[in-house]
Design a binder for this molecule. Structure first.
Ligand code: NAD
Ligand code: LMR
Length: 339
């Protein structure tokens, strides 16, 4: 299938038969995840009930005749799916329905991520990068990482890029500027309603965003709009966000692999290891996966250190971090964290 001038990169997608899987896989096959010179070998993981849908998607991937697509395999065996994987997108989990909070998914979904972390630990390539999309994404990433002791914690990340993109888009809409004019937005904390989308360092065409929008709009409209956008989509669309989530996953991995340059973005990253000191500077303790301002440098997410925070930002960040600690203790009590 592939016109390869490089060795193919193995990309594993879990939940491949679901909504996000369907929006994601064709973009990966077309080269938008890893670049136009990188062939991909797709490995799709599903549970038995989802296999037929994933197999149907695999047939359509073949029909796309994508020059970069080396092969597509579908399995319900995690060891096979993660064997030799370079990029693992852990999407497979139940989405919330109308009226549910993400915390309601904790027990239902968290049990998926220990075994998958273990399978990644046992079989993945030494350069593996993991992005957890399935909710509650931050805590699921922590669980997966805790079951993969041989892989540095910083290789396990959680997706808050969708929140970041939502924040950029809402600010651009408010000031009637293109999204490309917006820089320096940060999403702090958990991928949940407690997150803190922060424009205190943001600029629009080089001008401070805080000079362009009112304090009242920020507190009463912007922050709740971004933090509750997932629920709004569920209410209006009748199903949880899918194409925008897939797009954010592409952005996250693309930036991780190719670098961000001087601009930062937001990602849920481990607060242990290389980023512990920078996270502690924002009052975030070790042992969490927390959304922070990050640059991708030489293939690693590095937390941007030492940004000055206003007292109210500190309080917002602390509230979301407290929720992450609570989630960690809840999954520990369920026996889902080793040790
Ligand atoms: P979906 O129900 O359409 O698809 C999920 C798929 O995962 C299903 O096909 C299911 O069979 C499969 N699955 C379940 N358990 C699995 C397992 N153990 N291994 C492999 N596959 C498994 O859901 P969706 O809309 O694609 O959403 C997937 C997840 O992504 C949900 O948890 C949702 O809340 C989350 N999500 C996160 C973000 C984010 O920004 N982090 C954004 C949108 C959605
Ligand atoms: C989102 O933010 O759209 C997803 O995490 C889905 C949800 O449950 O909010």
């Amino acid at each position: 299938m592939a016109a390869a001038n490089r060795a193919p990169v193995t990309v594993t997608v879990t939940g491949a038969g679901g909504q996000i899987g369907y929006a994601l896989l064709f973009r990966i096959a077309s080269g938008q995840l890893l670049g136009a010179d990188t062939p991909v070998r797709l490995s799709l993981l599903e549970i038995p009930q989802g296999l037929r849908a994933a197999e149907g998607t695999a047939l359509e991937l073949i029909d796309g005749a994508f020059p970069l697509l080396d092969s597509v395999d579908v399995t319900d065996d995690a060891s096979a799916a993660f064997d030799g994987t370079n990029v693992a997108l852990l999407v497979g989990a139940r989405p919330r329905g109308a009226g549910m909070e993400r915390a309601d998914l904790l027990e239902a979904n968290a049990a998926i991520f220990g075994p998958q972390g273990r399978a990644i630990n046992e079989g993945a390539a030494s350069d593996v990068r993991v992005l957890v999309v399935g909710n509650p994404a931050n805590t699921n990433a922590l669980i997966a990482s805790s079951h993969a002791p041989d892989i540095p914690a910083e290789r396990f990340t959680a997706m808050t890029r969708l929140d970041h993109n939502r924040a950029v888009a809402q600010l651009a809409l408010e000031v009637d500027a293109p999204v490309t004019a917006v820089d320096g937005v940060i999403v702090w904390g958990n991928h949940s309603a407690s997150q803190y989308p922060d424009v205190s360092h943001a600029t629009v065409d080089g001008r401070a965003a805080t000079e362009l929008v009112s304090e009242r709009w920020l507190e009463e409209v912007f922050v709740p709009k971004v933090a509750r956008r997932g629920a709004e989509i569920i209410e209006v669309r009748g199903a949880s966000s899918a194409a925008s989530a897939a797009s954010a996953a592409i952005d996250h991995v693309h930036d991780w692999v190719h670098g961000t340059g001087e601009r930062w973005t937001s990602a849920g990253v481990s607060t242990s290891g290389v980023n512990a000191a920078a996270a502690a500077g924002y009052g975030v303790p070790e042992g969490l996966v927390c959304s922070l301002p990050v640059r991708s440098v030489d293939g690693e997410w590095i937390v941007v250190p030492g940004l000055e925070e206003r007292a109210d930002s500190r309080a917002h960040i602390a509230a979301s971090v407290a929720e992450l600690v609570e989630e960690r203790e809840a999954v520990r009590a369920l026996g889902l964290l080793p040790g």
